[in-house]
Design a protein around this ligand. Structure first.
Ligand SMILES: Cc1cc2nc3c(=O)[nH]c(=O)nc-3n(C[C@H](O)[C@H](O)[C@H](O)COP(=O)(O)O)c2cc1C
Length: 325
């Protein structure tokens, strides 16, 4: 399937694997790229630019297809070494970068000069237009359903995607709640040029996370995520567990007085415990409502092939019948 996104990134299928903290290692990125999608290594999961350079080299050993790196610009006081990470990306010969969080404008000239295409993840039309105006090549439009940070506007994809299509000239992919061939066809119908998936890719054989994480996603329904940290304007959609219940209780009790320090046990440094050790109640971890649509743990290739087959069947079968009247 050819779309403006497959053309932009030189990939076979319009499917991107979004950056995911402690999930987006070389194993998953390479598997997605080998299956014809765009795999993404999560930059900041690598503690230093040198480690990111090694991870890029490791991924290159596992695939000769294009893959990208996610760089999340956090509103933290002590900023990560972004210039170092950018250098590792450029020197590593990467041609696709997914940016997220704060405005990436400052870094665009260096990335573009190195021939890198930049797709910025946005949770609103407003931010998508900003990304277009500063020169991003594409955007990933992340609806309210998404795992991770849906922003503060709470607009689901059935509204957000057609609004983005009305407003944008650059291509965009639909992100949040995407799981299968139906998602891809719906995304295309609403004006997107492909889809970005997070949660769905965690429940795959190659995702280098503990089996407990995959089984938690398979067991979860669409009712099992919660939004946390809203009062800190850092809303995150996470899978409900003991730590999340505790966190929500603190939010209720402290109300507007809640500070980050109050919930540090539930949110800081918890990812390795969950993703590596499988300690499922160790803290809050991002997960999308789409968990309700996930009931198996296929290989990445099985998943992507299935999505493309389903999408083509829907377009050529069910939808073609409607078009014929
Ligand atoms: C466990 C997990 C960790 C994530 N970490 C990041 C991250 O570090 N940076 C980022 O830009 N997005 C991150 N995301 C968001 C995903 O890239 C993607 O936008 C989102 O998962 C899409 O929604 P979905 O889960 O419904 O597919 C994360 C998502 C999950 C599920």
């Amino acid at each position: 399937m050819k779309t403006r996104i497959t053309e932009l990134f030189g990939i076979e299928h319009p499917i991107i694997q979004g950056g995911m903290h402690y999930v987006g290692f070389a194993e998953l990125a390479a598997a997605v790229s080998n299956a014809g999608g765009l795999g993404i290594i999560t930059g900041l999961t690598q503690r230093t630019p040198e480690l990111l350079a090694q991870e890029i080299a490791r991924c290159r050993e596992m695939t000769d297809k294009p893959f990208g790196v996610n760089l999340t610009f956090l509103p933290t006081v002590t900023s990560p070494d972004y210039p170092g990470y950018i250098r590792a990306i450029i020197d590593g010969g990467i041609k696709a970068v997914e940016t997220a969080g704060n405005n990436p404008q400052k870094w665009l000239p260096a990335l573009h000069e190195a021939g890198i295409k930049v797709i910025h993840k946005c949770t609103s039309v407003r931010h998508s237009l900003k990304a277009e105006s500063i020169g991003c090549d594409a955007v990933s439009v992340d609806g309210f359903e998404c795992g991770g940070h849906p922003g503060e506007d709470d607009v689901p994809n059935f509204i957000l995607l057609p609004r983005a299509a009305e407003a944008l000239k650059i291509p965009f992919v639909a992100s949040g709640g995407m799981a299968d061939g139906r998602s891809l066809v719906a995304a295309l119908a609403l004006g997107a040029e492909g889809m970005n998936m997070g949660t769905r890719f965690i429940a795959t054989q190659e995702a280098p996370v503990h089996e407990n994480v995959k089984q938690a996603i398979v067991a979860a329904s669409e009712l099992d995520t919660r939004l946390v940290m809203r009062s800190l304007r850092n809303t995150e959609r996470v899978l409900r567990n003991d730590a999340v219940d505790r966190l929500i209780e603190k939010e209720k009790t402290l109300g507007a007085a809640l500070k980050f320090e109050d919930i540090i046990d539930e949110v800081a440094g918890v990812y390795p415990k969950i993703m590596k050790d499988g300690a499922m109640d160790a803290g809050a971890w991002s997960c999308g409502m789409v968990a309700g649509l996930i009931s198996d743990v296929p290989t990445v290739k099985q998943l992507i092939d299935r999505i493309m087959r389903e999408a083509e069947e829907i377009i050529g079968g069910r939808l073609a019948r409607f078009a014929a009247g």
